[in-house]
Design a protein around this ligand. Sequence first.
Ligand SMILES: Nc1ncnc2c1ncn2[C@@H]1O[C@H](COP(=O)(O)OP(=O)(O)OP(=O)(O)O)[C@@H](O)[C@H]1O
Length: 244
Amino acid sequence: MDMHAIEFVDVSLRVGEDTLLRKVDGRVPKGRIVALIGPSGSGKSTLLSMCNLMRTPTSGEVYVEGREVRTWPVRELRQKVAMVFQSPTMFPGTVADNLSFGLRLHGLSLSNPAELLEDVGLDPSLLDKRAEDLSGGQKQRVALGRTLAMQPEILLLDEVTSALDVHAKLEVERTILSLHESRGTSMLWVTHDLAQARRIADIIFFMDAGELVEVRDAAAFFNEPQSAPARRFLETMREGDEVQ
Ligand SMILES: Nc1ncnc2c1ncn2[C@@H]1O[C@H](COP(=O)(O)OP(=O)(O)OP(=O)(O)O)[C@@H](O)[C@H]1O
């Protein structure tokens, strides 16, 4: 039995002259939340993209539930490992249409859209509204609901609250945490918000210049980062006003 949702083994990615990822080794244990943090351009989004075959390594392997990603049928993999982005795209049509979008691509329909909407903290009366008329926070919840309709076991979250105001950010964050509790979904969550990383993470992955420099228990990391780049990063972020 494999206890890891995702496992990176010596993963490198080179594009032309550039090395985007350098010998990344790390594990996302099943049912845990890993916050992926680090300076802009350090390779966080690139690392996420290796988990569902949006990109493939130049060398090394990525395992999802013990199976190397390149041996998964791509549709099956993307059902199991779903991604939510910073700015949710709403398709023309109603909220209900948007919730069932992924399932329809697989020739399936959504059995209980009202319940799904409640799961992401929205009122079922919104089902018939035009999705494009929703607020940013509501759109992000619909995007989450659309992803959850596929019943993924692993969620890749790429700065999913950074386009939201503080109130909507906390609400969406709480929604994700309660889904995590009820469904046990494993998560690899990129965030620029250190206060958020402290609130949500079991484990921290700290990246710098394409390397996964620290993989640590979250409390231990914030108490005492071990590497010089992590210490510098925490100091810079604490001086900035991004963190409240
Ligand atoms: N196709 C590509 N070819 C060359 N360089 C690329 C390509 N895609 C991304 N990069 C570079 O790879 C580096 C890592 O990018 P990535 O988006 O993964 O960083 P990030 O840590 O997610 O940054 P941010 O926090 O700003 O979103 C950046 O320097 C980026 O410019």
